[in-house]
Design a protein around this ligand. Structure first.
Ligand code: PMP
Length: 308
């Protein structure tokens, strides 16, 4: 498992503070009750210096997560955009992972969060391929998890908030314990939901299919990106509830996520996906995605925020 590589500075509530000073109390509300909203964003090295991929869309999701939990972020989107850009430059990074966090801090005794102070942190650190370098090339072996995702209207799946990740931890640990790289969870109704930290796509007869925003998945920014790129390439895209067996019938299967980028899946439950090698549509989309993110393909949708 990858360890965090420390960098020099973390942005906290309008100021840059040394990495080691970015601490919270053990009785902070977020530590006790999982109430910290967060984001995961990548900055890529481009010919014009580091650029953050879809920064505003990620921050928009952060505001939405906070709105659901009645947390007011005391900074504007523009302030957080500037903070993120400055952070990457100050830390001297060409590429990195950025993890904005809105934390309910220390002060209230019980579970009720009203009155707990809101603190905003933005750390970043260098982070390579989430599922390993070969994963992007050769694909990963995944399983269907015995753990389901949350039922709609229980814990909101569309909020990216710490407590939600107890579900992902169970899915991922079970997958690793059984020798797989990732787990794919089903929704409460038994249809394909998402991975522990990725959305799932299948390719069937030239059409790309992914789970709709049905209350069991996070609305991935990479998911939206891939749907857009597929449209640009003239590849039909559909949002459909996917029965588990379609994972075994699909020509191609892949994961999308900021950390996982576009990772091909080469087998599910030890059943080979398609021809057993990375499929042409997966490869085409992966090249487009990484090409735009790394500034080697024109940024026709205005997805890059340059840091310098
Ligand atoms: N689902 C879950 C549960 C996730 O944690 C993530 C990663 N943020 C995703 C999907 C993919 O989202 P994105 O493409 O915005 O990173």
């Amino acid at each position: 498992m990858s360890r965090i590589t420390e960098t020099q500075w973390i942005w906290r509530d309008g100021q840059f503070i040394p990495w080691a000073d970015a601490t919270v109390h053990v009785l902070a509300h977020s530590v006790q009750f999982g109430s910290s909203a967060f984001e995961g964003i990548r900055a890529y090295s481009t010919p014009k210096g580091p650029a953050i991929f879809r920064l505003r869309e990620h921050l928009e999701r952060l505001y939405h997560s906070c709105r659901i939990y009645r947390m007011d972020i005391p900074f504007s989107m523009d302030q957080l955009v500037e903070a993120s850009r400055d952070l990457v430059v100050r830390n001297g990074l060409e590429s990195c992972y950025i993890r904005p966090m809105v934390v309910r801090g220390y002060g209230t005794a019980g579970m009720v969060p009203i009155g707990a102070p809101i603190e905003v942190y933005i750390p970043c650190w260098p982070w390579g391929a989430y599922l390993g370098d070969e994963a992007l090339e050769a694909g990963v072996d995944a399983c269907v998890s015995t753990w389901h995702r949350v039922e709609p209207n229980t814990i909101p799946a569309m909020a990216k908030i710490a407590g939600n990740y107890l579900s992902g931890q169970l899915i991922k640990m079970e997958a690793l314990a059984n020798g797989y790289a990732e787990g794919i969870a089903l929704s409460p109704s038994g249809m394909v939901s998402e991975g522990s930290g990725q959305n799932v796509f299948i390719v069937s007869k030239g059409t790309i299919i992914t789970t709709p925003l049905d209350g069991s998945i996070l609305g991935g920014i990479t998911r939206a990106t891939i749907m857009q790129l597929a449209g640009d390439l003239g590849i039909p895209v559909r949002e459909l509830h996917i029965p588990r067996e379609m994972l075994y019938m699909a020509d191609e299967v892949f994961f999308t996520g900021t950390a996982a980028e576009l990772t091909p899946v080469r087998s599910v439950d030890k059943i080979t996906v398609g021809a057993g090698k990375v499929g042409p549509i997966t490869r085409q989309l992966q090249q487009q995605y990484l090409g735009i993110a790394k500034g080697t393909i024109e940024d026709r949708h205005g997805w890059l925020t340059y840091c310098k």
